[in-house]
Design a protein. Structure first.
Length: 186
């Protein structure tokens, strides 16, 4: 495996910023052959001072690859500032995500979740907050039941909280910054 090129890292960084600045709007991560799309933000943003966690099958090899490619310390979920969940997450795992504090909100995690797809008939989530005019509906498949409530618990002590990126296998991405209020649509 080779590290991301500076151009790929820059394009991924730009896509992450765009996704978080426009909550719930579908964007696209660049394609980098050989890497799962949901791992790309972590690979582009990690460095030797950023604790990272990869949630995947135990024999995937991705945690070791992250360490080798980025020099980031690979750590437990609750200590990580960058998280890439390449498999479905549980509500218990979401409860462990690092949220930072009111005095140090920058210590909250950026969590990238691999989801199935953004289908037109997926489970609707209603989004409100900065970056959204009125409200926006996001349809997604692959989030655990109760995700909106678990995410709300992570952001209730704002400005502390965690930011999320939802990434489909084809690189389609939607951002959910901690400022975005998410509800299950009726």
């Amino acid at each position: 495996m080779t590290p991301l090129s500076p151009d790929d890292s820059q394009r991924i960084f730009r896509a992450v910023l765009d996704a978080l600045a426009r909550p719930g709007t579908l964007g696209r991560l660049p394609s980098v052959p050989g890497y799962p799309a949901a791992l790309l933000p972590l690979l582009a943003l990690a460095d030797l001072s950023t604790p990272a966690c990869v949630l995947d099958d135990e024999d995937s090899g991705w945690p070791g690859a992250v360490r080798a490619l980025t020099s980031a310390p690979v750590t437990a979920l609750g200590e990580a500032r960058l998280v890439a969940a390449l498999r479905p997450v549980t509500l218990a795992e979401l409860a462990e995500v690092r949220a930072g504090t009111a005095a140090a909100p920058e210590e909250g995690a950026l969590v990238t979740l691999a989801i199935d797809i953004f289908p037109p008939n997926g489970s609707p989530r209603l989004l409100r907050g900065p970056g959204i005019s009125g409200s926006r509906e996001l349809r997604v498949a692959g989030l655990p039941g109760g995700f909106a409530a678990a995410r709300r618990r992570l952001t209730e002590a704002f400005p502390a909280g965690a930011d999320f990126l939802l990434v489909a296998p084809d690189g389609t991405v939607a951002g959910l910054p901690r400022t975005t209020i998410m509800a299950e649509a009726a």
